[in-house]
Design a protein around this ligand. Sequence first.
Ligand SMILES: Nc1ncnc2c1ncn2[C@@H]1O[C@H](COP(=O)(O)OP(=O)(O)OP(=O)(O)O)[C@@H](O)[C@H]1O
Length: 368
Amino acid sequence: MPAAMNKNGMVTEIHTRIRKEPFTANYELVGRELGRGKFAVVKKCVEKATGKQFAAKFLRKRRKGADCRVDILNEIAVLESAKESPYVVGLHEVYETNSEIVLVLECAAGGEIFNQCVADNDEAFTEKDVVRLAKQILTGVAFLHQNNVVHLDLKPQNILLTSVRPLGDIRIVDFGLSRRMDSVTEVREILGTPEYVAPEILNYEPISTATDMWSIGVLIYVMLTGESPFLGDDKQETFLNISQVNVDYSQETFEEVSSLAVDFIKSLLVKNPRKRATAEECLNHPWLNSHPHSHPHLHTRAASSLDEPETSQSESEPESPASSPELGLIGSYLMCPGKGELKAGRDTFSFSEPPFPTRTEIQQELIC
Ligand SMILES: Nc1ncnc2c1ncn2[C@@H]1O[C@H](COP(=O)(O)OP(=O)(O)OP(=O)(O)O)[C@@H](O)[C@H]1O
């Protein structure tokens, strides 16, 4: 295990200088809030010295009564390790006050791809757009995986665009749940978005880079159809759909979408993580090297079944839920580098149990 990594797979050694002067000495906040998450507010700002625009992410250090500074250091360390990738949001500077850490990030002015996923007009993606953006997402994720980082929260709200018109390039954001996979480590708490989590998360089985690949399968499904493949009427139904890999591949849902695209998604929404395509394998899939027509705009039917996130403009309480309901699993996960041979001894989550299994200790055996 690298020296600066704790047993939860979090890296705490960073190279960026943490500035202690007030953030407002060097930046001016402009315009409206760009977004918010569970513990952060993101606002547009301008660097006084250069006039350049950035996105300032204000992260609270105390969350639910606990000091979470190490989690923020981990997020910074992951951003540092991915700075060579054009598809991972750039980190410019870091500021710290008694209560907050401010990450000054490259501003992705086009916002979340979520907006195009729910669009029902000419703002919606064409299949050609999705092919181009999928290549970028996979190139970014392949870079993370080559560097032994797993994102663990890939969803349309965390894939941003540099511009909307013309359609720009993607930037992957929100490394708050990311972990290093350099050695077998344990993760105790997984907070994610129910619709995007892989079956191994629900079953408390080991996490690997394949866990991200499941989420990419869901993401591409949503980008092409405007529908969320596993979303049920409640969390329990969503979990059941995920666990049973209950996916609708009907022609009606994939109207105007090529069969190569469906084949691509099928290579990712596979229950066994070892049988799921890797990012590298995906990049070689014929769909990504095909040339679908640029029209029509996809899912121009009635708006999709996706939950629209509430983007609150309020300044006050960053802990309020921002997007679709969160998943909160407290468990014990093993993280396995690569696709090692895994043997998990956990009995499967029963859906007669409450929707949030809270088992704290699971015996697992790992043969890598
Ligand atoms: N660099 C950026 N440029 C523009 N908008 C951004 C940027 N970073 C984040 N945002 C916006 O702010 C939102 C919240 O940011 P982020 O997901 O990083 O916060 P978080 O608190 O870690 O979220 P979560 O609760 O999902 O873990 C994003 O979904 C996006 O809409």
